[in-house]
Design a protein around this ligand. Structure first.
Ligand code: SF4
Length: 635
């Protein structure tokens, strides 16, 4: 019984067992064959050349009468060592280069990334052949050539990963605190990209094995009297019609070892991603107890048909200086119906993203989340067993984040990432799940989806990565899609495409969408309802046209005044909201917006306004909402 969840994840799929078993056997052969079979592999009788399989020679003999099987086994060590050495060289140079580029100042970084992209566009094996012209033929030349040819792959992956880490708040804070670059690299960046790079090393070794063998096959790698599988293949192909096994056997070994290394990389990726540990266990537990299908939980008797989410008095707190707790979300109540698109806007720190993460139950300690009701598709999430809760949210709720590259696993192929939830929760086999992945990629507008399945995230553009993220979220046909700033990192054209895509998905599958953004223009183009948040609370809520046409809350008015429109006069400066939102640790008495509000009266500084109903599904938290003085005002 495997106790550690990483080990369980490694061996969860047959590929894990297959990889561990095959690599174990290959390692034993590499160590033992040169000791026991060296003579049989190098000495033969010309009288017995070109023999077929027999009791003496299980795979027959080559044109010099040497045992093909013995040569095949003895060649294992050199073939693997050369592939590993080339990968190690590529990894050291590539990761160093990638991190240096990622940490370089803006212009140099851009130039570095362009240069890496250009070298990536050359086929690796062609690059290696050119390099052998400079470093010379032979095993060392082959290792150097293949090692250098793979440098751009490692450089691109490590620079992408390192840049995503350097943009994180904790690295920025370290920089501000004056932590030197080498220390930031060792303490902050390397530990956060180490697991992904380890996985990449193993998947690249499979490619390096084929490349080194190819160089030997072309006469540029291992030279006689040494021999690896590529050299054996070159020698065997000459007499293919007489002794086909002399060529076929090393070709099969190269393919099998390459597959074993690839499977090992995939299994390692599962083991090194803690998010995948418990999901697999959940799936097995559900199967064992027979609990539920991969589809929706049935609606409950006291649950209004058509409702997706019902949340009351959500409160999210964090520890504050002095031992107290500060509320970043304070008393949010929200209902979402099937097929509804609800936009949530507000400045940074208004509590939008914390509300979304709390709905998806993705907040962990030190956050503390409380609510008087948190029901999703009729189930009370507070009362569900943790396995059932994770299963329900894992299949019926999807999240799309601002940074698609940070949300996609850089070391797993796009197809496998989209197929994963179907295999874990839907019980589909790999072929079935990949077929569905193709459908989902087609639905989100990825061209030639069959060809894209085997691509890695870094081979996609930003817009395609976001589409892939949405495709992944849609795998199990979720009832609710939470999109947190899904277009912020994209250019304007791609933004419009992603918004169109969400609108289509909502129309075709009645998927409810909670769209969180700071961009009112984005919400206006797609949402039916608008929620405005300020200082952790909802301050206005209503049908989008009504709120945009006649906002009741002064904060909504100022937000709208600060939003450019197509017909805005470019010579007239946009309105700006003066001041800053209050700190959650120091929320003022009365209305939290009072210090910035142009309409504040004495009562505002004393009495906290409640969210009041103002007819026709409209609500606002302002003492003056609906009063003539505010209605007539332009801001
Ligand atoms: Fe402004 Fe007073 Fe309304 Fe708050 S309650 S938004 S301070 S008018």
């Amino acid at each position: 019984m495997m106790r550690h969840p990483a080990l369980r994840a490694f061996f969860r799929a047959p590929s894990g067992w297959l990889a561990a078993g095959s690599l174990g056997i290959l390692a034993a052969i590499a160590l033992l064959a040169p000791v026991f079979l060296s003579d049989a592999a190098t000495q033969g009788s010309i009288m017995r050349s070109g023999e077929g399989p027999s009791a003496d020679y299980l795979l027959g003999t080559d044109n010099l009468g040497r045992s093909i099987l013995a040569r095949l086994l003895v060649a294992t060590g050199l073939s693997l060592v050369l592939a590993l050495a080339a990968t190690a060289l590529a990894a050291v140079l590539g990761i160093t280069l990638g991190i240096l580029v990622a940490m370089a100042p803006g212009r140099i970084r851009t130039l570095g990334l362009r240069a890496i992209d250009v070298t990536l566009s050359f086929p690796g094996i062609l690059l290696a052949i050119v390099i052998t012209a400079f470093v010379g033929v032979g095993p060392i030349g082959a290792v150097v050539a293949i090692g250098i040819a793979y440098v751009p792959d490692f450089a691109r992956l490590s620079s992408t990963l390192a840049m995503s880490v350097t943009s994180k708040d904790f690295v920025a804070a370290a920089r501000v605190l004056g932590v030197p670059a080498h220390r930031r690299l060792l303490r902050y960046i390397l530990p956060n990209i180490g697991d992904s790079m380890t996985v990449a090393v193993f998947t690249t070794t499979a490619g390096a094995l084929i490349s080194v063998s190819s160089l030997s096959f072309l006469g540029l790698g291992v030279q006689p009297p040494l021999f690896d599988w590529g050299r054996m293949l070159a020698e065997g192909i000459v007499n293919f019609y007489v002794t086909p096994l002399a060529a076929l056997a090393p070709a099969v070994m190269i393919a099998l070892a390459g597959m074993a290394l690839g499977f090992f990389g995939e299994a390692l990726a599962r083991a090194m991603n803690p998010l995948l540990w418990s999901i697999g266990d959940d799936a097995r537990a559900s199967k064992a107890t027979g609990s539920g299908e991969a589809t929706a939980a049935p609606l409950k008797a006291d649950w209004k048909e058509g409702s997706v989410l019902s949340l009351r008095d959500l409160r999210v707190t964090y520890p504050a200086p002095g031992g107290a707790r500060m509320a970043v979300v304070d008393g949010v109540s929200l209902d979402i119906e099937a097929g509804e698109i609800v936009g949530v806007v507000g400045e940074s720190g208004s509590g939008k993203s914390q509300t979304a993460l709390a709905i998806a139950q993705l907040l962990a300690s030190p956050a503390e989340v409380r609510s008087t009701r948190h029901r999703f598709l009729g189930d009370d999430l507070g009362r569900l067993a943790s396995e059932d809760r994770r299963r329900l949210l894992g299949t019926r709720l999807a999240m799309v984040f601002q940074d698609p590259m940070g949300s996609l696993n850089p070391t797993i192929r796009i197809g496998d990432q989209i197929a994963e939830p179907l295999r874990l929760f839907g019980g589909a086999d790999r072929e079935e799940a990949l077929k569905t992945a193709v459908e989902r990629l087609r639905e989100v507008g990825i061209p030639a989806p069959e060809d894209r399945l085997s691509a890695y995230p870094h081979q996609f553009s930003g817009g395609m990565q976001q589409r892939a993220m949405i495709a992944m979220g849609l795998t199990n046909r979720p009832a609710l899609l939470i999109a947190d700033e899904p277009t912020t990192a994209l250019d304007v054209t791609i933004q419009a495409q992603v918004i169109d895509l969400m609108r289509d998905l909502n129309r075709e599958h009645s998927t409810a969408i909670l769209l969180i953004t700071h961009n009112i223009g984005v919400v206006a183009s797609v949402a039916q309802r608008l929620i405005v948040m300020y200082a952790g609370r909802i301050v206005e809520d209503g049908p989008i046209a009504a709120v945009l046409g006649q906002p009741h809350h002064p904060y909504t008015r100022l937000l709208l005044a600060a939003t450019p429109e197509l017909d805005s006069d470019r010579d007239t400066p946009l309105g700006a909201i003066e001041g800053r939102p209050p700190s959650p640790a120091d929320r003022p008495r009365g209305c939290a917006f009072a210090a910035r509000c142009p309409h504040a009266i004495l009562r505002c500084h004393d009495e906290d306004p409640a969210l009041r109903r103002l007819g026709d599904s409209r609500h606002a938290a302002c003492h003056l909402a609906g009063a003539p003085t505010l209605s007539e005002s332009r801001v």
